[in-house]
Design a protein around this ligand. Structure first.
Ligand code: ADP
Length: 392
């Protein structure tokens, strides 16, 4: 959406609380600025409520990701934070200040978008210097700040090149340097690595994280790539149709999703329909429609008779020999994914035909690597199972 580079850069200016002549040094941490508070933030387009009473607190220096499928309201949320899209209801506060009446260019936020948005007719140096010159900084100060930013993104040797002489990853680093050169306390990033190939994306994830930590800035990061969000974030909000489906640290949302939607969005998930048939202390006995019976750690709300989804990640299931097996199955399909073999199993259960399970077998010397049609045992740690609300 932001192809017009000068327009983008006009948006990346002015920090309201800092006088134009004295921005913080690019190398200095942004102290404890950069707190963001959203209360009841809502946006409608026609009949569609695309952001629905969003409430969020983001701490200074936090790397916070908005993750969700296409159309879940991530970009709209970011655009309301930036000030390009007005909210229909609710309140957005940055460092305690209600920003409803503050135009984008005075919100003091750095921005990085997917399509680089660097000026093609300017050198790397001039691109990065642009926001500083726009504020009237003296020449020696501009040079010092740009050199510091160039070092941060490791482009010192490319300062005199034009963007067309740079690779995609290098162009994106220029965009990042330009967004951080005046040390904004908050940087908004919308799928900034979306156009890069996988290896480069992985390297850039580490670089962005490193820069963010070093400068102590708050980053609000939009992505639909769950691995990217898990790898980079302090916390993640998973959005579903404009609402937060779950908010938490990466390990928490991956290992303990609150719903089948979150479980499936964050990776491969076995979700088996059934019900609780009994309770024993801190555990519940779960029985699937196909007759599979297992014990699952479960809070007291999981009372006998309640419908549930049994959840377990494919990598938590282990293929084993018969004597260790908790369940017997046959391999129906096998997909070679490089690091893992993804096996689809048909399980036997007391009633005869049991549920299907996906098991990720590490492509490692010690692991059993079964053939299609082969009978296998499956085992797991009880702690890796959990119950989720039955889908409505
Ligand atoms: P995401 O970033 O999660 O992919 P968006 O925030 O871009 O989602 O969009 C959320 C929903 O709002 C989508 O259904 C989209 O079509 C709709 N939408 C976004 N911008 C506009 C607009 N300017 N006019 C009408 N509908 C819009």
């Amino acid at each position: 959406m932001l192809t017009d580079a000068p327009e983008v850069d006009a948006r990346v200016t002015e920090t309201p609380s800092a006088p134009a002549s004295a921005p913080a040094s690019a190398a200095a941490p942004a102290a404890a600025r950069g707190a963001i508070e959203l209360r009841g933030v809502t946006k409608r387009y026609g009949d569609e409520c695309v952001v629905d009473r969003l409430a969020l607190s983001i701490a200074p220096g936090e790397f916070f990701s908005l993750l969700g499928p296409s159309g879940s309201g991530k970009t709209t949320t970011l655009m309301m934070l930036a000030g390009f899209t007005p909210a229909d209801a609710g309140e957005i506060r940055i460092d305690g200040q209600d920003v409803a009446r503050i135009p984008p260019k005075r919100r003091g936020l750095g921005m990085v978008f997917q399509n680089y948005a660097v000026f093609p007719h300017m050198s790397v140096f001039d691109n990065i210097a642009f926001p500083l010159r726009a504020r009237g900084l003296p020449r020696d100060r501009v040079r010092a700040e740009v050199e510091r930013a160039l070092a941060l993104v490791q482009l010192e040797r490319h300062a005199d090149k034009f963007s067309r002489q740079l690779s995609g990853g290098q162009q994106q680093r220029v965009a990042i340097a330009r967004a951080i050169v005046y040390s904004p306390p908050v940087v908004l990033m919308d799928e900034p690595l979306g156009a890069l190939d996988k290896n480069l994306r992985y390297d850039m994830q580490a670089e962005i994280r490193e820069i963010q930590r070093r400068l102590g800035m708050t980053v609000v990061y939009v992505t639909h790539d769950q691995e990217e969000a898990l790898n980079m974030s302090d916390r993640i909000a998973i959005l579903d149709r404009g609402r937060i489906a779950q908010l938490g640290q990466p390990v928490e949302v991956y290992e303990r999703p609150s719903s089948g939607f979150v479980a499936q969005f964050l990776g491969e998930a076995n979700l088996i329909e059934g019900r609780v048939t009994a309770r024993e202390g801190e555990r519940a006995r779960f029985e699937s429609a196909s007759g599979l019976q297992v014990m699952v750690p479960a809070a007291l709300e999981w009372t006998a008779g309640r419908e549930a989804l049994l959840f377990v990640r494919p990598e938590k299931l282990v293929l084993c020999h018969d004597d260790e097996a908790l369940l017997h199955a046959r391999v129906q399909r096998r997909s070679f994914l490089g690091g893992v073999l993804r096996c689809r199993l048909h399980c036997a259960s007391r009633g005869g035909s049991g549920p299907e399970l996906v098991v990720d077998v590490p492509n490692a010397a010690h692991a059993l690597r079964p053939q299609v049609g082969e009978a296998v045992g499956v085992r797991w740690r009880e702690a890796d199972l959990s119950l989720l609300p039955a889908s409505s």
